[in-house]
Design a protein around this ligand. Structure first.
Ligand SMILES: [Zn+2]
Length: 223
């Protein structure tokens, strides 16, 4: 099984982790994550006690990481009430797994960065690599992914693509005048190949609701 081999590789690379349990749906991994990283002269050298739930149907379901010893403050905005960590947007992590990211790479790319950002934020009140907030985070991800200059254009692009099949020979939904294949096709096609358009629709709905709420609040204030 692919996930099991992936986990064996993880335990080979991170010897402080071990499999603590297994259900029909997932593996439970426990252990110490050693973070030793310096960025802009700020060093973090610390051990974090975490548990990871790794679904067997990865990447349809994504792994979840829990801060089991309360090393991340409960008031931190990127920690959920069940003590799991908000590592990034669903879509970016999903695409990385679809592109072959191993669990070991996932730990380096997402969990180590998470703890480093946390310590940096607690020390300086700001994020070292920029922040994606919970609500606009997904839109910000799509903006970067599709290389748009601003969020409104990104939002409009999502609205156009979310319910349409991929048509490489037709004009690109970004209005560049080029056909899709020669414009955003190389970014758009993988989303279809990875079966990710359902997530695009979900993200669009979330962003839509948020923008509406934001507009309503602004209208109230203007009155
Ligand atoms: Zn385009």
């Amino acid at each position: 099984m692919i996930v099991r081999a992936n986990i064996e590789n993880l335990i080979f690379n991170f010897s402080d982790f071990y499999i603590d349990g297994e259900t029909n749906e997932l593996f439970i991994i426990f252990g110490n994550l050693y973070v030793n990283k310096v960025f802009n002269d700020f060093p973090v050298n610390k051990i974090y006690n975490i548990s990871m739930h790794i679904p067997k149907n990865l990447p349809e379901q994504l792994p979840v990481v829990y801060d089991i010893c309360g090393q991340v403050s409960d008031t931190y905005s990127h920690k959920y009430k069940d003590h799991s960590l908000c590592l990034g947007t669903t879509m970016e992590i999903y695409i990385d797994f679809c592109n072959g990211m191993s669990l070991s790479q996932w730990i380096d790319r997402y969990i180590v960065s998470y703890f480093f950002s946390y310590e940096h934020y607690m020390r300086f009140g700001e994020y070292p690599f920029g922040e994606r907030d919970h609500c606009l985070g997904p839109l910000e991800f799509y903006r970067e992914y599709f290389c748009f200059a601003d969020l409104p254009n990104t939002f409009e692009f999502l609205r156009k693509i979310k319910d349409e099949p991929y048509r490489g020979h037709l004009p690109c939904p970004c209005n560049s005048g080029k056909i899709t294949r020669k414009c955003h096709g190389s970014k758009l096609l993988p989303l279809f190949q990875f079966n990710a358009m359902g997530q695009v629709c979900k993200d669009y709905d979330t962003i839509f609701r948020m923008v509406k709420k934001y507009d309503e609040q602004n209208n109230k204030r203007a009155k």
